[in-house]
Design a protein around this ligand. Structure first.
Ligand code: PXG
Length: 299
């Protein structure tokens, strides 16, 4: 495996950053988790736009222009000879001293890119669905660093996921300070009721997921269903016909048990199944080409 760090490639065992990097000392940085399917990087522009937005929100100057970051991302996948990959792109504040002052990080921000094989949920989970719990950990409020920034501070999400694991569940739902459903530890959440699809709005405190956006587009274009963004309590999940999650890792996957309640028929429902199919067809036919850059991008 070759890992890109600030313009050079390193073997896995040599891929290191400084202990004085504020990404390590304070979680001061941002990241993206991106997929490539069949030699094409999925929605790379959307991920890079979100990276820019996150950088801007935390006063971080990206070390390269977006076009150059795009080229480095494509090249990292190519150098590793991968077609179906999970790409982790990280930008940290860079090397500073032991204080909080970001002005002490005098050099450029650190950019590293890892392209690895993808670990997926076993295929049976896409039929059977996942077991979910509600975490005791609340989503960060909008008056904190908003959850829309994909920052390196994932401790709350990691603690929420650990609660799920301890309960024998796969994912944890996080409520916001108002008690509304926001998202899961690493996925956005939707529910289906009487043929309509609902998902929390950005103002509920969510990462504005790339997969979430794609699923909203596919629901409208392929199924004629316009997803409604509104706040809702846990009760709406308990009483839903279907619940599903979206994320670059999970793609689209049903949640069939929540806090011990069975959702709908207790297996992936018809709308979730249709969206899984549409998503897979779309993901395998679109994206930025890795190996033949003369190929056109397909959006
Ligand atoms: N919310 C949170 C908190 C996330 O971390 C999503 C929503 C979905 O966003 P995207 O843009 O991916 O649709 C995420 C992203 C994994 C994995 O292996 C998780 C994510 C991304 C990639 C891999 O669990 N989470």
């Amino acid at each position: 495996m070759k890992i890109y760090i600030n313009g050079s490639y390193y073997d896995k065992s040599d891929a290191k950053i400084s202990v004085f990097d504020h990404g390590v000392l304070y979680g001061d940085g941002i990241f993206e988790g991106i997929r490539s399917y069949n030699g094409r990087i999925f929605r790379l522009e959307d991920h890079l736009r979100r990276l820019q937005d996150s950088a801007n929100a935390i006063l971080l100057k990206l070390p390269l222009g977006v076009k150059e970051i795009e080229r480095a991302t494509v090249e990292t996948v190519r150098v590793n000879g991968l077609k179906d990959a999970y790409i982790r792109l990280v930008v940290t504040r860079g090397m500073g001293d032991l204080g909080l002052d970001m002005r002490k990080c005098r050099g450029n921000a650190t950019l590293f890119i890892i392209a690895d094989k993808i670990e997926l949920y076993p295929e049976e989970y896409y039929e059977k669905g996942l077991t979910l719990i509600t975490s005791t950990i609340r989503q960060k409020g909008l008056d904190q660093v908003t959850p829309s920034v994909k920052s390196l501070n994932y401790l709350a999400n990691i603690m929420a996921r650990a609660e799920a694991t301890a309960a024998g569940a796969q994912e944890a739902i996080m409520l916001n300070a108002q008690g509304h459903v926001s998202e899961c530890s690493g996925d956005n959440i939707f529910f289906v009721k009487a043929g309509k699809i609902f998902t929390p709005p950005t103002s509920a405190g969510i990462l504005v997921g790339v997969t979430r956006q794609v699923v909203m587009e596919l629901a409208e274009e392929k199924m004629g269903i316009k997803v409604v963004e509104r706040n809702f309590p846990r009760y709406d999940l308990y009483s839903a016909d279907e619940v599903f999650l979206t994320g670059s890792g999970a793609e689209v996957i049903a949640g069939v048990k929540i806090d011990g309640r069975t959702i709908g028929k207790g297996i992936a429902g018809p709308i979730t199944r249709a969206l899984i199919k549409h998503f897979r067809e779309y993901a395998n036919s679109t994206g930025t080409p890795v190996y033949d850059e003369k190929l056109e991008k397909v959006k």
